[in-house]
Ligand binder design. Structure first.
Ligand code: FAD
Length: 544
């Protein structure tokens, strides 16, 4: 076997996974059934957490230069400006990227493909997965060329990043629970002028629906997403011109359109796979969860699924950790998808409901409540953390442990460690912590006590140690993030706190590394979750 992980699907999720595996030395192969990259841009909101990950990948500067920053959102109700969400001001001390970056999915994919090529790996197009069989130590995948030729490949691990109609999910017999929404969306890429607030996301709430207007790079360039009025649904030949009267009615009669570069309609579903992990196969991105695009979280969630799985797979493939570590992928990401589905479903139901009461809530109550709530700093911060996905945490994960009592307000095990600017030497410069962290390794941050001179032997070369000296500027920054002295945080490669506490005790760290991270365990001696025989597994599923 010359491939450690077969990545099925070269959308954003598969490309992110292949990149993250390649930079960790894993032999990945990435295939896609299409002849080449998709040309439609589809998703267009890149959240702050994704940009933080892009930064480690070396593509955040290019993404920011290519995209358009939306520093916030303006809410319009019945044509009147009702509230403003100033993302830029709120997120300034939470992330180096305190905005929503409007950048089409096609551009995101191109950056990811270029980064992958720079690592010596290219997508193998025209290659479709059509068969899958698992046994205890391998997966046999049947691949088909466009001329119908079939070939079998055997790999230790397989990642299904193959979108909403995932073959990996279907061939594994994993249910995709949920339902379609009755509404039909439209998306239009246009050149237009009107009363929209510039450089921000404009949200138009109306008695009978909503429109989202995203500012795009270039003059008067906007992307419109909305739901079709009922009388236009069910038509395959619909044109943008036929949507304009409803748009003018809801967004403003003064809208003037110069060009429409792209127009498409689509139905959406809200669904989640019953499992994200079946023995040697994983589901990520749209293959695992799909939901309403309200909130711009879909593509970002897939990218972050990949970031969560990649470091774990790399440790298992290299033989450093036992396969049991991989169970934490589903344990951590399935609740994130659940939460997202519930939240987007609630929000979506409210913004599309045809009932008179919902119409009143949407146009009268919601904007007023939002206007009032957004004056409170705590609400602002919660809004930023939720939208930007910097608030995603894994506090209930088996990988999250506190060894002694940190204050309730301090960062906790499972949290994304906060973004800080610190001095790492007594008279040194102030540096960006996220730039100091090596995301291909664990990072141990030590405050107010000496770091262990030999590091943590069990983690060996998988660890970077950062001792933060006492300094007035550091103390202010730590107080802002409510980090006590003394304390220590062992960060996982993806920047989440694995182990935290006040006093660094090597015995506790050793125990954490072996019991929670499964270092030193042999993959074969700890079989991955669901390691039943194929038939027994199928029987279990059909009963469910
Ligand atoms: C019109 C439209 C507008 C959208 N707008 C937004 C938005 O504004 N915001 C947002 O967050 N999300 C939006 N989405 C959703 C967003 O596009 C998805 O969340 C995102 O594409 C998921 O990426 P993925 O890599 O998981 O899957 P995909 O992008 O679907 O990629 C899956 C890949 O797998 C390949 N594949 C499938 N089956 C096989 C097989 N058997 N063998 C080999 N290859 C296979 C496919 O060819 C494809 O390239 C939109 C979607 C659509 C359709």
């Amino acid at each position: 076997m010359d491939t450690d992980v077969l990545v099925v699907g070269a959308g954003p999720t598969g490309l992110m996974l292949a990149n993250q595996l390649a930079r960790r030395g894993v032999r990945a192969r990435i295939i896609d059934r299409h002849a080449g990259p998709a040309r439609e841009s589809r998703a267009l909101g890149v959240q702050a957490r994704t940009l933080e990950i892009y930064s480690h990948l070396g593509i955040s500067d290019q993404a920011v230069a290519l995209g358009k920053r939306a520093d916030g959102a303006v809410l319009w109700a019945q044509g009147r400006r009702a509230a403003r969400v100033p993302l830029g001001d709120i997120g300034r001390d939470i992330s180096p990227y305190p905005y929503l970056l409007v950048l089409g999915q096609d551009d995101n994919e191109r950056l990811l493909r270029d980064a992958l090529r720079a690592r010596g790996l290219a997508v193998q197009w025209n290659t479709e997965l059509v068969g899958l069989a698992q046994d205890t130590d391998r997966v046999t995948a049947t691949l088909k060329d466009p001329d119908g030729t079939r070939a079998e490949v055997t790999v230790p691990w397989l990642a299904g990043c193959d979108g909403a109609r995932s073959s990996v999910r279907e061939l594994s017999g994993i249910a995709f629970e949920g339902a379609p929404y009755q509404h039909v969306f439209f998306v239009a890429d246009v050149q237009m002028t009107g009363s929209m607030a510039p450089d921000v996301l404009n949200v138009y709430l109306w008695r009978t629906g909503f429109h989202l207007l995203f500012p795009m790079r270039g003059t008067d360039h906007w992307r419109i997403v909305g739901i079709l009025p009922p009388h236009l649904r069910g038509r395959d030949d619909l044109t943008f011109e036929e949507t304009i009267p409803a748009l003018r009615h809801e967004v403003g009669t003064e809208l003037s359109f110069q060009a429409c570069n792209w127009y498409s309609t689509y139905r959406i579903h809200h669904r989640r796979a019953a499992h994200f992990h079946d023995r040697r196969c994983f589901l990520l991105g749209d293959a695992a969860h799909i939901h309403s695009p309200v909130g711009g979280q879909g593509m970002n969630t897939g990218l972050q699924d990949a970031y969560n799985l990649a470091w774990k797979l790399a440790l298992v493939v290299s033989g450093r950790a036992g396969a049991a570590l991989l169970n934490s992928y589903e344990d951590e990401r399935l609740p994130v998808a659940n939460h997202l589905l519930k939240r987007t479903d609630r929000l979506f139901s409210l913004v599309v409901s045809d009932s008179r009461l919902a119409g009143l809530v949407r146009t009268r109550v919601m904007p007023r409540l939002m206007g009032l709530a957004m004056r409170r700093k705590s609400v602002q911060r919660l809004a930023f953390r939720t939208i930007s996905q910097t608030g995603i945490r894994y506090r209930n994960s088996s990988l999250s442990e506190a060894i002694d009592s940190l204050p309730e307000t301090a960062p906790r095990a499972g949290d994304r460690f906060p973004w800080l600017r610190l001095k790492f030497a007594p008279s040194g410069p102030t540096e960006d912590l996220f730039e100091k962290l090596d995301d291909t390794r664990f990072n141990l941050l030590v405050f107010g006590q000496a770091a262990p001179p030999g590091g943590i032997p069990e983690l060996a070369d998988q660890l970077r140690v950062h001792e933060v000296p006492s300094d007035p500027a550091n103390d202010r920054e730590l107080a802002r993030a409510r980090i006590p002295r003394p304390s220590f945080y062992l960060l996982r490669p993806d920047g989440h706190v694995g182990l935290g506490g006040t006093h660094l005790e090597s015995a506790a760290v050793t125990r954490y590394v072996s019991e929670r991270l499964h270092f030193g365990a042999k993959g074969a001696s700890r079989p991955p979750r669901g390691s039943l025989t194929w038939d027994a597994h199928a029987a279990t599923r059909s009963k469910a």
